[in-house]
Design a protein around this ligand. Structure first.
Ligand SMILES: *Cc1c(COP(=O)(O)O)cnc(C)c1O
Length: 368
């Protein structure tokens, strides 16, 4: 049995007629940039995220950069995040003019450790913003992060690029919140492999702040609110209409797809032995963008699974502070360093069947 790491073909075959209808409609109106499809998608995704505003942009990286710029991050401002994330998180900080600072992750959630953030802020009280990343579709501990942000007057921008529909239970407010609705702004990516993916590039910023929404709308469109009247220099960072139309078709299935991923995660929990499975705190409803296990002999296990026809991934093999781009040394963030040497991403997608998962589990058991 061959099991892919991710099946991107099946969902597109299932939705083929609807997706083609989007292309046909767009060709016949020639509204390629902006217009009704984009505005409708923005309304629908805002509603899905339970926020008043959503602004479509051309990638998750743009969403992060525009959210930071709109929130006022500029030259010399320190933005603290984690080394266990995709480099777009820190590229956005640097490209907004900010300085990247890291704090270590929690050993069980693999996300920002609020205790490490607290320790960092005690010695760096001038920090301007914090950028928690809801990695793998698991929420960060937002009550603790938001409390620290209030105490130290920090702007909070959520990297929700892997967390479309993930939820956090706030004890403080006694209710569930969607990813991207808790900070000053949230950034989403619609890269094809994400839980909600375009058939190309796309992203969005979510926010409850109308000023941020307005600023992001202008940043994505050359600093203009009215055509050819530019209040500042912006970017070409718009979401195009065909992608917005595709995203509207797929958004109608996202809830069901996320439920299927959670069901698959529950099955893995029953089936797997010999590896550390993901930890889901009672305040988190994860949407399992990735399903991460941990094994001391990760390299050997990955090779055996590859030989058995099972696709796996590493997210991510090198923590950011050790990347050549940041020219840094190991030793500074031991939890992230150890985790990244042991984690392995198993097949996870809504169409994953119980039989496939049984096969994955038996191959792991035989090779651990
Ligand atoms: C995918 C991703 C991004 C960047 O999104 P793009 O759409 O590829 O630009 C940023 N942060 C995280 C955590 C991601 O997974």
């Amino acid at each position: 049995m061959k099991i892919p790491f991710l099946d991107l073909v099946t969902p597109h075959i299932e939705l083929e007629e609807e997706l083609i209808a989007v292309v046909r409609k767009t060709l016949r109106t020639a509204h390629f940039i902006g217009g009704e499809e984009v505005e409708n998608f923005e309304k629908e995704f805002a509603s899905f995220c339970e926020v008043p505003h959503c602004i479509g942009v051309s990638s998750g990286t743009d969403a992060l950069r525009f959210a930071l710029l709109a929130a006022g991050i500029g030259k010399g401002d320190t933005v603290v995040t984690v080394p266990n994330t995709f480099i777009a998180t820190t590229e956005a900080i640097s490209q907004a003019g900010g300085e990247v600072a890291f704090v270590d992750i929690d050993e069980r959630t693999y996300n920002m450790d609020p205790a490490k953030l607290k320790a960092y802020l005690e010695t760096h009280p001038k920090t301007k913003a914090v950028l928690p990343v809801h990695l793998y579709g698991q929420m960060c501990d937002m009550d603790a992060i938001l409390d620290l942000a209030e105490k130290y007057n920090l702007i909070v921008i959520e990297d929700a690029c892997q967390a479309h529909g993930a939820q956090y239970f706030s004890k403080k407010h006694n209710r569930w919140f969607k990813a991207g609705s808790m900070g000053k702004a949230g950034a989403f990516s619609f890269y094809p492999g994400k839980n909600l993916g375009a058939c190309g590039e796309g992203g969005a910023v979510t926010t409850s702040d109308p000023e941020i929404a307005k600023k992001v709308q202008m940043l994505r469109d050359h600093g203009q609110a009215k055509k050819y009247y530019h209040d500042f220099e912006g970017y070409n960072g718009r979401l195009d209409a065909i992608q917005a139309g595709f995203l509207r078709v797929k958004l109608r299935h996202l809830e069901e797809w996320n439920t299927k991923r959670r069901e698959a995660a529950a099955r893995y929990k029953d089936l797997l032995s010999g590896v550390v499975i993901p930890y889901e705190p009672d305040w988190s409803r994860a949407i399992y963008h990735l399903y991460i296990v941990r094994a001391a002999n990760r390299e050997a296990l990955q090779k055996k699974l590859t030989d058995a026809g099972i696709g796996t991934g590493l997210h991510y093999p090198v923590p950011l502070h050790m990347q050549n781009a940041y020219n840094s040394k190991p030793g500074e963030f031991p939890v992230a360093e150890k985790a990244t040497s042991e984690i392995l991403s198993l097949p996870m997608f809504p169409q994953l069947t119980a039989a496939m998962q049984e096969h994955v589990a038996s191959q792991i058991k035989a090779n651990i």
